[in-house]
Design a protein around this ligand. Structure first.
Ligand code: SF4
Length: 300
């Protein structure tokens, strides 16, 4: 939904495809991650509470008030003042009384910096779920991709969010270890996820986008894109190393293995799907070619 004057986020998680999109900030206050092309053309801005309320009013006119879920953009809106976020959430819930879910992206460093009291206030005002980019649990890889947070910050920020009552959905970037560090990436990521025990683990597979440092590294040979076998082996090692009680989802078009399931109960089934895909790679040339082409997907 978008009217002429309605300012909606440029990006949202796939799981929010049917949600009302509401922009509270524009862009990313960090904007340095080496794989990310998302907000490179946008200067970070905080929108005023009044402007956001006007968007909520416009959304009500378009929908007749029938909205069940809302996604708040852009990439790190919890950087605004707690009181402002609570005012926006109060107005949102007052306008759409049937809301069952309100989510947003959040950076682990922002969560770590917020007090637990502030996070609890925001949770009580009706923000229910946080989508957080972990990408990898490897300290070395997090530094290389300039994520701006190491494993400890990821664990600390996510623990605070969970203690404040949020559902936590973490994103993992399959392939970011390349050919040389896939195993470290898988094992260290499993370790961090085991510490956090998030509600959801969502995987996306690296597709280097023009204009990003990772694309440049790939072109100059300092980063070797992993083969389809490596991608699948990495996912296998990740799932195998998990001792969480989380829902694992491959809900992104970039993924090679569409493996979903509840952990730990469906772990064996998920591993066997990946094993069959690895076996298929050595028998089916067309399948291998299709997977090799996935790295050229653009504008995801
Ligand atoms: S991955 Fe997230 S935190 Fe990193 S630059 Fe992109 S939007 Fe910002």
């Amino acid at each position: 939904m978008a009217g002429d004057d309605y300012d909606f986020p440029a990006f949202r998680p796939p799981s929010e495809a049917n949600s009302l999109l509401l922009r509270v900030t524009r862009g990313c206050p960090w904007n340095r991650c080496a794989f990310c092309p998302m907000y490179k053309q946008i200067k970070f801005e905080r929108r005023s509470v009044e402007a956001v309320k006007r968007d909520i009013d416009t959304a009500k006119e378009y929908t007749g008030g029938k909205v069940d879920t809302v996604f708040i953009g852009d990439s790190d809106s919890l950087v605004i003042k707690t009181e402002e976020m609570c005012q926006i959430l109060d107005y949102l819930h007052g306008t759409f009384p049937s809301l069952t879910r309100v989510t947003t992206y959040a950076r682990a460093l922002t969560l770590k910096r917020k007090s637990i009291g502030s996070l609890e206030k925001i949770r009580s005002a009706g923000l229910t779920r946080l989508h957080i980019g972990l990408e990898t649990g490897s300290a070395q890889l997090l530094a290389r991709i300039k994520k701006g947070a190491g494993p400890d910050t990821m664990i600390w920020g996510c623990a605070k969010a969970r203690n404040a009552g949020f559902e936590v959905s973490l994103y993992v970037l399959v392939g970011i270890g390349g050919e040389s560090s896939w195993e470290e990436h898988a094992l260290e990521t499993a370790k961090v996820l085991n510490e956090i025990n998030p509600d959801f683990i969502r995987v996306r597979t690296l597709t280097p986008q023009p204009g990003t440092p990772v694309f440049q590294w790939w072109n100059d040979g300092s980063f070797q894109m992993p083969s389809p076998e490596t991608i699948l082996k990495e996912q296998r090692a990740l799932i195998d190393g998990l001792s969480v009680t989380s829902r694992y989802l491959s809900d992104h078009v970039s993924n090679y293995a569409l493996v979903d399931g509840d952990l730990p109960s469906e772990k064996a089934k998920m591993l066997s799907v990946i094993d069959s895909l690895i076996a298929r790679l050595s028998e089916d040339v067309a399948y291998r070619t299709a997977l090799e082409g996935m790295r050229y997907l653009r504008r995801l």
